[in-house]
Design a protein around this ligand. Structure first.
Ligand code: A2P
Length: 362
């Protein structure tokens, strides 16, 4: 068994600014939503992973135009995102919500700029690949200018589920999520911090981003409720899992819960498989999968926790056991930094995979 601090995933972190890629080509890269929770992580990861870019442009709304951002010893001036922003970009990573993507992704494509999008705008569009590079990078070859990055909870859940699916053939799964506030953006992180301070000062707690107090509380709601009673987030987990795993009839039922954790989503998964499951083979499948590590020593109180998987490239799987409710079932707990594997890191890994295949162009 490897420890949480032992094996790194297939993409070692902290490259010290040295590129893991051959500098065959340098891209003019834009980050749309650079002032947001995911955008800030993107700036860091572009630098840390040494993505081959000759120019980095930071874009946001008109509200932020002119603002300075300092990171990794560099300084940038934020620009307003407009159609002509893409005239001089080869690739743009969007992390500014679905409305911005719907308004500007086609404009970027028209200007020969590839879009890697973190929003849900195009995820279920059959013409748009929805990719977790460790799982379905072949889908990238079918891109027509836009590639979608999955919902953060879905990406983390699949990093645990996919190796088990490969081993035993997934037929259905149930999941309950424990989602960090940063999944709802920078303002949501600020809200948790403010509420904790207000609580410690005996002041009334103010809620703006979430419909209720999030500090010292749980909200069994992530995103809006839909007809049938599931939330949008819960339906995304089902629909996006089917698309990424290429299992159109996969049965999925989830309950998504927001918890007062700043960073890293945790998910309890109960899955049923076609083949008889074997615990040793399940452990081996998880351990050998790039991007996940097994942290599973219950006797030593060792299992993945959000504080150990924040700002970490790998997702952690633990509490792996046979699920008594199924004939061929496994239950496990998976944790991953949703700002990284669920968003910024996965987006950069998509760009890297496209670069390696020489398809990071329109
Ligand atoms: P801004 O800071 O100018 O509002 P988060 O997910 O943390 O809430 O961040 C959302 C990101 O999306 C921010 O960088 C925000 O920029 C950006 N954004 C919001 N609306 C637009 C828009 N109309 N055009 C470009 N970027 C936008």
């Amino acid at each position: 068994m490897r420890s949480a601090s032992g094996k790194r995933n297939g993409y070692a972190s902290n490259h010290g600014g040295k590129s893991p890629l051959k500098n065959i080509h340098q891209y003019r890269l834009g980050i749309v939503g650079a002032t947001g929770a995911v955008g800030r992580e993107l700036i860091h990861l572009v630098h840390d992973r040494g993505f081959p870019c000759s120019e980095l442009q930071l874009l946001a709304s008109a509200r932020s135009a002119g603002r300075q951002i300092q990171q990794n010893g560099n300084s940038w001036t934020i620009r307003e995102t407009r159609p002509d922003s893409f005239d001089e970009l080869d690739v743009a990573i969007f992390s500014a919500g679905s409305d911005t993507t719907r308004r500007l992704a086609a404009e970027a494509n028209r200007r020969n700029c590839v879009v890697i999008d973190n929003s849900s705008a195009y995820r279920m569009d059959p013409k748009v690949p929805l990719v977790v590079p460790e799982i379905n990078s072949d889908a990238l070859t079918r891109h027509q200018g836009i590639v979608a990055n999955p919902n953060c909870t879905t990406a983390v859940a699949l990093m645990g589920l996919y190796p088990l699916h490969r081993a035993f053939g997934l037929t259905r799964f149930f999941a309950c999520t424990y989602q960090a506030v940063s999944g709802a953006g920078a303002a949501a992180m600020e809200e948790l911090k403010t509420q904790v301070l207000q609580w410690s000062r005996n002041q009334p707690l103010t809620a703006r981003v979430f419909p209720h107090q999030i500090a010292f509380n749980l909200l069994p709601q992530a995103d809006a409720f839909q007809p049938g009673g599931y939330t949008k987030e819960e339906l995304k987990m089902a629909n996006e899992s089917r698309k990424i795993l290429d299992l159109p009839t996969l049965k999925v039922s989830t309950t998504c819960v927001r918890v007062p954790v700043f960073r890293a989503h945790s998910i309890a998964v109960h899955a049923e498989f076609e083949k008889a499951v074997d615990l040793a083979a399940a452990r081996e499948a998880v351990q050998s999968f790039p991007g996940t590590i097994l942290v599973d020593e219950p006797e030593n109180h060792r299992y993945p926790m959000p504080i150990d998987f924040s700002s970490r490239e790998a997702c952690g799987v633990g509490r792996l056991r046979k699920d008594d409710a199924f004939d061929n079932g496994l239950a496990f707990w998976v944790v991953g930094d949703q700002l990284w594997k669920g968003a910024a890191l996965n987006a950069i890994q998509i760009a890297e995979a496209m670069h390696e295949r020489h398809i990071l162009r329109i």
